[in-house]
Design a protein around this ligand. Structure first.
Ligand SMILES: Nc1ncc2cc(-c3cccc4ccccc34)c(N3CC[C@@H](N)C3)nc2n1
Ligand SMILES: [Ca+2]
Length: 448
């Protein structure tokens, strides 16, 4: 096991990684920006170093500075968290070259899964169902139009380098096609510096079901069940649950097997998530995330696993001491992302100083937070205050528990989306488990 690990992130995920290190007796090094000099994570670490000014490009994305601190402090490994450099294959290979262990998959695997076209092709070859669509990048518009005809409208055009829903456009007819391709290519070019696009059959009302994976460096790979992430708003996940109300035992086995098969086919290592679209009893590979995700907490709650510790153990060369049968699924977990956003002002970020703060507690409640009383939420980063997760033996009990936990949560000084979560968790469609990706707009839940 490592003696010292640098956490190249901030907020709740930095504390999450540091908690895992502390339990393993590993020393921790924090790196922070000017805006985070009073942040909890910087205090929690054994050592903390200033990276630079608040803008991410001058701090949490500054690869050289981070590697410099790792070298100076004798950190043997770097935990990238999520966001920032966590799926940056250039950074992962710089770590490898610098002799610092990047806690995640090998750089070439990150690179491969970062291209949606490459990922689709690889998964299709491995026998994982993919959405019907183009095999390769679109080059000629006319040829692409032919393919769209074969697929059958509506189709969706996606940027290969895209993620989180940026660079997607639904096309309903031939007439719209040419303009749609051109607009996505220019969006992709400006957003990702890569105009490559591809086409898929548009699945109506899909559910977003993702499988948590764990793989060691010796080929042992298991899945840790699924998470339902369909309650999204503008591609930002808001409420997640594990397991999914729609996935049966049989379907879980089929999708889990596909996820493991796909991960093995690319030589996956460490924690990862395979995202599927689920529609009319069929599932299709959507994309693979080569990092630990925000919502990993609910998987930990229903399995008893500590995924962050597993990441450290795997990166340190330990074998995964589990076979698939050893991974339990017990009870039900729900997570609400508590953000400093104003639901009555189109969820606009609401940075500022937290004057009163009392997080929820009691039976079956877990709060992963990076803030504290008196902390000022910065406009430079995402507006997450915390992840509020609950566990209970059944879904309905988990819903009642989340309702109670939301009632207890006190944040004064910034607007939060707590009222929004209260409305969703009480909504009859939610109670019934009717969670399509159109849930929010279909149910105009925005009002307080
Ligand atoms: N072929 C095909 N058909 C329907 C889709 C619908 C969506 C989608 C669109 C809007 C919200 C969503 C929420 C959860 C899951 C998927 C969606 C979608 N994506 C891809 C990125 C993800 N954040 C949203 N891809 C799709 N692909
Ligand atoms: Ca992704």
């Amino acid at each position: 096991m490592f003696n010292k690990v640098l956490i190249a992130n901030r907020g709740e995920i930095a504390i999450r990684a540091m908690r895992a290190c502390r339990e393993l007796g590993v020393k921790t090094v924090a790196v922070y920006s000017e805006a985070d000099k009073n942040a909890l994570f910087a205090k929690y670490a054994d050592e903390a170093y200033l990276l630079g000014p608040a803008p991410s490009s001058q701090s949490y994305l500054n690869m050289e500075k981070i590697l410099d601190v790792a070298e100076k402090t004798g950190s043997e490994a770097i935990h990238p968290g999520y966001g920032f450099l966590s799926e940056n294959h250039v950074f992962a290979s710089k770590c490898e070259k610098a002799g610092v262990v990047f806690i995640g998959p090998p750089a070439n695997v990150i690179k491969k899964m970062g291209s949606k076209i490459e990922a689709r092709k690889t998964m299709s070859k491995a026998g994982v169902p993919v959405v019907p669509g183009t095999e390769n990048a679109i080059s000629e518009v006319d040829e692409a139009a032919e393919i769209a005809e074969d697929i059958g409208y509506p189709v969706i055009i996606k940027a290969s380098a895209g993620g989180g829903g940026i660079g997607m456009k639904i096309v309903h007819s031939r007439e719209e096609f040419a303009n749609a391709i051109a607009s996505i290519q220019s969006v992709a070019k400006s957003a990702f510096g890569d105009p490559t696009v591809f086409i898929e059959k548009y699945l109506d009302e899909p559910r977003h079901i993702e499988f948590q994976l764990l793989a060691d460096r010796y080929g042992n790979t298991v899945h840790c069940n699924e998470r339902e992430c369909s309650i999204q708003r503008r591609h930002q996940k808001l409420i997640e649950e594990a397991p999914s109300p729609i996935i049966t035992e049989e379907m879980r086995e089929l999708m889990g097997e596909a996820a493991v098969k796909g991960a093995k086919s690319i030589g996956y290592e460490n924690a990862g998530t395979m995202e599927f679209l689920y529609s009319k009893g069929e599932f299709y590979f959507l994309e693979m995330n080569t990092r630990l995700q925000v919502e990993h907490s609910i998987t930990e709650l229903i399995t008893g696993l500590d995924l962050a510790k597993k990441q450290l153990c795997i990166a340190a060369g330990e074998e995964l001491a589990y076979s698939q049968e050893d991974i339990p699924l017990w009870g039900w977990a729900i997570e609400c992302r508590i953000n400093a956003e104003d639901p009555l002002n189109d969820f606009a970020p609401s940075p500022g100083k937290i004057r009163r703060y009392r997080s929820s507690g009691g039976p079956g409640v877990r709060v992963d937070s990076g803030v504290h009383m008196g902390y000022t939420i910065s406009p430079y980063y995402d507006s997450m205050i915390s992840k509020l997760s609950v566990w209970a033996p059944t879904r309905i009990e988990a819903i009642h528990r989340m309702d109670r936990a939301l009632y207890e949560y006190v944040v004064v000084g910034v607007a939060t989306n707590i009222p929004f979560h209260k409305a969703v968790i009480r909504h009859e469609q939610f109670l019934k488990g009717n969670l399509t990706t159109h849930f929010i707009e279909d149910n105009s839940i925005i009002k307080d």
